[in-house]
Design a protein around this ligand. Structure first.
Ligand SMILES: [Zn+2]
Ligand SMILES: [Zn+2]
Length: 270
Protein backbone atom coordinates (compact mmCIF):
# COMPACT_ATOMS: atom_id res chain seq x y z
CA UNK A 1 0.00 0.00 0.00
CA UNK A 2 1.22 3.52 -0.80
CA UNK A 3 0.56 6.92 0.67
CA UNK A 4 -0.57 9.62 -1.75
CA UNK A 5 -0.30 13.30 -0.89
CA UNK A 6 -2.06 15.82 -3.06
CA UNK A 7 -1.45 19.56 -2.87
CA UNK A 8 -4.96 21.01 -2.80
CA UNK A 9 -3.73 24.55 -2.13
CA UNK A 10 -0.30 25.96 -1.26
CA UNK A 11 -0.76 29.73 -1.34
CA UNK A 12 -0.15 31.53 1.94
CA UNK A 13 -1.97 34.33 3.72
CA UNK A 14 -4.80 34.97 1.24
CA UNK A 15 -6.01 33.43 -2.03
CA UNK A 16 -4.96 34.84 -5.40
CA UNK A 17 -6.31 34.40 -8.89
CA UNK A 18 -5.27 35.42 -12.38
CA UNK A 19 -3.01 34.07 -15.05
CA UNK A 20 0.18 35.22 -13.27
CA UNK A 21 -0.65 32.72 -10.50
CA UNK A 22 -1.84 29.82 -12.65
CA UNK A 23 1.14 27.48 -12.45
CA UNK A 24 1.58 27.33 -8.66
CA UNK A 25 -2.07 28.09 -7.90
CA UNK A 26 -3.88 30.63 -5.79
CA UNK A 27 -5.84 28.45 -3.35
CA UNK A 28 -4.70 28.58 0.28
CA UNK A 29 -3.27 25.83 2.45
CA UNK A 30 -4.82 22.40 2.23
CA UNK A 31 -3.19 19.00 1.59
CA UNK A 32 -4.94 15.69 1.19
CA UNK A 33 -3.26 12.45 2.25
CA UNK A 34 -4.76 9.16 1.11
CA UNK A 35 -3.71 6.17 3.23
CA UNK A 36 -5.72 3.13 2.25
CA UNK A 37 -9.34 3.71 3.20
CA UNK A 38 -8.57 6.83 5.17
CA UNK A 39 -8.39 10.39 3.88
CA UNK A 40 -6.53 12.84 6.10
CA UNK A 41 -6.62 16.53 5.22
CA UNK A 42 -4.15 19.03 6.62
CA UNK A 43 -5.80 22.43 6.99
CA UNK A 44 -8.91 23.75 5.29
CA UNK A 45 -7.83 26.74 3.25
CA UNK A 46 -9.61 27.34 -0.04
CA UNK A 47 -7.70 24.35 -1.47
CA UNK A 48 -10.11 22.06 0.38
CA UNK A 49 -12.69 22.90 -2.28
CA UNK A 50 -10.72 20.37 -4.39
CA UNK A 51 -11.08 17.60 -1.82
CA UNK A 52 -13.64 15.85 -3.99
CA UNK A 53 -10.75 14.93 -6.30
CA UNK A 54 -9.59 12.60 -3.53
CA UNK A 55 -12.84 11.18 -2.18
CA UNK A 56 -13.78 7.69 -3.31
CA UNK A 57 -17.31 7.09 -4.47
CA UNK A 58 -19.58 6.69 -1.47
CA UNK A 59 -16.88 7.75 1.02
CA UNK A 60 -18.58 9.32 4.03
CA UNK A 61 -15.84 10.69 6.28
CA UNK A 62 -12.49 12.41 6.43
CA UNK A 63 -10.06 13.43 9.14
CA UNK A 64 -9.13 17.11 9.23
CA UNK A 65 -6.06 18.21 11.18
CA UNK A 66 -5.60 21.93 11.78
CA UNK A 67 -2.07 23.30 12.17
CA UNK A 68 -3.77 26.49 13.42
CA UNK A 69 -6.86 28.47 12.53
CA UNK A 70 -5.56 31.61 10.85
CA UNK A 71 -8.13 32.45 8.18
CA UNK A 72 -6.02 31.20 5.25
CA UNK A 73 -6.12 27.70 6.81
CA UNK A 74 -9.86 27.76 7.46
CA UNK A 75 -11.45 29.76 4.63
CA UNK A 76 -12.52 26.79 2.53
CA UNK A 77 -14.25 24.67 5.18
CA UNK A 78 -17.80 26.08 5.01
CA UNK A 79 -17.88 25.85 1.20
CA UNK A 80 -16.24 22.49 0.53
CA UNK A 81 -18.64 20.04 -1.03
CA UNK A 82 -18.81 17.38 1.75
CA UNK A 83 -19.91 20.06 4.26
CA UNK A 84 -23.26 20.10 2.45
CA UNK A 85 -23.89 16.36 2.76
CA UNK A 86 -25.85 15.24 5.82
CA UNK A 87 -24.32 11.76 5.50
CA UNK A 88 -20.76 13.04 5.71
CA UNK A 89 -18.64 13.26 8.88
CA UNK A 90 -15.59 15.44 9.50
CA UNK A 91 -13.36 14.27 12.35
CA UNK A 92 -11.70 17.56 13.23
CA UNK A 93 -8.58 17.85 15.38
CA UNK A 94 -6.84 21.03 16.51
CA UNK A 95 -5.09 22.47 19.50
CA UNK A 96 -6.94 24.48 22.16
CA UNK A 97 -5.57 28.03 22.23
CA UNK A 98 -6.31 30.89 24.62
CA UNK A 99 -8.89 28.64 26.30
CA UNK A 100 -10.72 28.18 22.99
CA UNK A 101 -11.23 24.63 21.76
CA UNK A 102 -10.81 23.87 18.08
CA UNK A 103 -14.62 23.97 17.74
CA UNK A 104 -14.72 27.40 19.38
CA UNK A 105 -12.06 28.63 16.94
CA UNK A 106 -13.76 27.27 13.83
CA UNK A 107 -17.22 28.46 14.83
CA UNK A 108 -15.92 31.91 15.86
CA UNK A 109 -14.90 32.38 12.23
CA UNK A 110 -18.35 31.27 11.05
CA UNK A 111 -20.30 33.31 13.58
CA UNK A 112 -23.18 35.66 12.85
CA UNK A 113 -22.83 38.21 11.19
CA UNK A 114 -19.59 37.30 9.35
CA UNK A 115 -20.91 33.94 8.02
CA UNK A 116 -24.49 32.60 8.00
CA UNK A 117 -23.93 29.04 9.24
CA UNK A 118 -21.50 27.55 11.73
CA UNK A 119 -20.57 23.86 11.84
CA UNK A 120 -23.60 23.07 14.05
CA UNK A 121 -25.86 24.31 11.27
CA UNK A 122 -24.05 22.90 8.23
CA UNK A 123 -25.59 19.61 7.02
CA UNK A 124 -22.46 17.48 7.59
CA UNK A 125 -21.51 16.13 11.03
CA UNK A 126 -18.47 17.69 12.67
CA UNK A 127 -16.85 15.75 15.49
CA UNK A 128 -14.14 17.69 17.28
CA UNK A 129 -11.23 16.51 19.38
CA UNK A 130 -7.99 18.06 20.64
CA UNK A 131 -4.83 17.53 18.57
CA UNK A 132 -2.36 15.82 20.88
CA UNK A 133 1.22 14.70 20.57
CA UNK A 134 1.54 10.95 20.09
CA UNK A 135 -2.12 10.39 19.28
CA UNK A 136 -3.20 7.48 17.09
CA UNK A 137 -6.02 8.15 14.67
CA UNK A 138 -8.79 5.63 15.16
CA UNK A 139 -9.23 3.04 12.42
CA UNK A 140 -6.96 1.14 10.07
CA UNK A 141 -4.23 1.44 9.07
CA UNK A 142 -2.64 2.84 12.18
CA UNK A 143 -1.69 6.48 11.78
CA UNK A 144 0.35 8.25 14.44
CA UNK A 145 0.42 12.02 14.88
CA UNK A 146 3.14 14.01 16.58
CA UNK A 147 3.12 17.76 17.02
CA UNK A 148 5.59 20.47 17.96
CA UNK A 149 4.80 24.08 18.72
CA UNK A 150 6.08 26.48 16.06
CA UNK A 151 7.20 30.08 16.37
CA UNK A 152 4.26 31.90 14.75
CA UNK A 153 1.88 34.69 15.84
CA UNK A 154 -1.01 33.10 17.83
CA UNK A 155 0.81 29.75 17.65
CA UNK A 156 0.87 26.90 15.14
CA UNK A 157 1.58 23.16 15.27
CA UNK A 158 4.16 21.40 13.19
CA UNK A 159 2.46 18.10 12.38
CA UNK A 160 4.22 14.78 11.78
CA UNK A 161 2.13 11.96 10.36
CA UNK A 162 3.60 8.46 10.47
CA UNK A 163 1.99 5.54 8.69
CA UNK A 164 3.10 2.45 6.75
CA UNK A 165 6.69 3.09 7.85
CA UNK A 166 6.75 6.56 6.21
CA UNK A 167 6.66 10.03 7.70
CA UNK A 168 5.28 13.28 6.37
CA UNK A 169 6.14 16.48 8.24
CA UNK A 170 3.92 19.50 7.68
CA UNK A 171 5.76 22.60 8.86
CA UNK A 172 3.67 25.49 7.63
CA UNK A 173 3.52 28.93 9.29
CA UNK A 174 6.69 28.55 11.30
CA UNK A 175 9.90 30.47 11.81
CA UNK A 176 13.21 28.65 11.94
CA UNK A 177 15.27 30.46 14.57
CA UNK A 178 18.69 29.89 16.10
CA UNK A 179 16.85 28.84 19.27
CA UNK A 180 14.56 26.22 17.70
CA UNK A 181 16.47 25.03 14.62
CA UNK A 182 17.96 21.95 16.30
CA UNK A 183 14.67 20.90 17.92
CA UNK A 184 12.75 21.42 14.68
CA UNK A 185 15.34 19.42 12.75
CA UNK A 186 15.10 16.58 15.25
CA UNK A 187 11.30 16.61 14.88
CA UNK A 188 11.53 16.46 11.09
CA UNK A 189 14.62 14.23 10.89
CA UNK A 190 14.68 11.93 7.84
CA UNK A 191 11.11 12.70 6.87
CA UNK A 192 10.12 10.99 3.66
CA UNK A 193 8.35 14.20 2.74
CA UNK A 194 8.80 17.59 4.36
CA UNK A 195 6.41 20.45 3.62
CA UNK A 196 8.13 23.58 4.88
CA UNK A 197 7.07 27.21 4.92
CA UNK A 198 9.28 29.31 2.65
CA UNK A 199 7.06 32.30 1.96
CA UNK A 200 9.61 35.03 1.37
CA UNK A 201 12.70 35.86 -0.62
CA UNK A 202 15.79 36.20 1.58
CA UNK A 203 15.61 39.99 1.10
CA UNK A 204 11.92 40.19 2.03
CA UNK A 205 12.49 38.15 5.17
CA UNK A 206 14.66 40.96 6.56
CA UNK A 207 11.65 43.28 6.69
CA UNK A 208 9.20 40.65 7.93
CA UNK A 209 10.68 39.67 11.28
CA UNK A 210 7.93 38.38 13.56
CA UNK A 211 5.54 37.53 10.70
CA UNK A 212 6.06 33.84 11.40
CA UNK A 213 7.49 32.58 8.11
CA UNK A 214 10.82 31.72 6.46
CA UNK A 215 12.69 32.58 3.30
CA UNK A 216 12.75 29.89 0.65
CA UNK A 217 16.51 29.52 1.02
CA UNK A 218 16.19 28.99 4.80
CA UNK A 219 13.46 26.44 4.07
CA UNK A 220 15.66 24.58 1.57
CA UNK A 221 18.62 24.58 3.95
CA UNK A 222 16.35 23.25 6.69
CA UNK A 223 15.29 20.37 4.44
CA UNK A 224 18.95 19.57 3.92
CA UNK A 225 19.69 19.86 7.65
CA UNK A 226 17.10 17.27 8.57
CA UNK A 227 17.99 14.96 5.65
CA UNK A 228 14.45 14.99 4.34
CA UNK A 229 14.14 12.59 1.45
CA UNK A 230 12.06 15.13 -0.37
CA UNK A 231 11.28 18.75 0.52
CA UNK A 232 8.40 20.83 -0.79
CA UNK A 233 8.36 24.54 -0.05
CA UNK A 234 4.84 25.77 0.69
CA UNK A 235 2.82 28.84 1.76
CA UNK A 236 3.75 30.93 -1.27
CA UNK A 237 3.42 34.64 -0.77
CA UNK A 238 0.25 36.10 -2.36
CA UNK A 239 2.36 38.72 -4.16
CA UNK A 240 4.73 36.17 -5.72
CA UNK A 241 3.77 35.43 -9.31
CA UNK A 242 4.70 32.28 -11.23
CA UNK A 243 7.76 34.03 -12.60
CA UNK A 244 8.98 34.79 -9.06
CA UNK A 245 8.38 31.22 -7.89
CA UNK A 246 10.21 29.85 -10.95
CA UNK A 247 13.19 31.92 -9.86
CA UNK A 248 12.87 30.51 -6.34
CA UNK A 249 12.85 26.99 -7.80
CA UNK A 250 16.19 27.74 -9.44
CA UNK A 251 17.60 29.27 -6.24
CA UNK A 252 16.74 26.27 -4.10
CA UNK A 253 17.92 23.77 -6.71
CA UNK A 254 21.46 24.98 -6.14
CA UNK A 255 21.07 24.39 -2.40
CA UNK A 256 19.61 20.90 -2.82
CA UNK A 257 18.18 19.32 -5.99
CA UNK A 258 15.64 17.35 -3.91
CA UNK A 259 13.90 20.61 -2.93
CA UNK A 260 11.01 21.97 -4.99
CA UNK A 261 8.25 24.50 -4.67
CA UNK A 262 4.81 22.93 -4.29
CA UNK A 263 2.20 23.60 -6.94
CA UNK A 264 -1.55 23.19 -6.70
CA UNK A 265 -2.69 19.80 -7.97
CA UNK A 266 0.72 18.17 -7.43
CA UNK A 267 0.60 14.53 -6.34
CA UNK A 268 3.38 12.72 -4.51
CA UNK A 269 3.37 9.01 -3.83
CA UNK A 270 5.31 7.60 -0.90
ZN1 LIG B 1 -0.89 30.73 6.78
ZN1 LIG C 1 -0.65 31.57 10.27
Amino acid sequence: MKILLKVLGCRGSIPRSGKEFENYGGATSSYGIRIGERLVVLDAGTGILRVNDMLKEGEKELTLLFSHTHADHLLGLPMCFPAFSKDFTFHVYGKTRNGKTIKDQVDAYLEDPTWPVNTDKLPANFIYAPLEDGMILPGEPEIRINIMEAVHPNGCCLIKLSALGKTIVYATDCTITDANRAEMAEFAMKADLLLIDGQYTPVELGGKAGFGHNSWTDAAEFGQLCHARRTLIVHHDPYHKDVDLDRATEDVYYIDPSVNLAYEGEEIEL
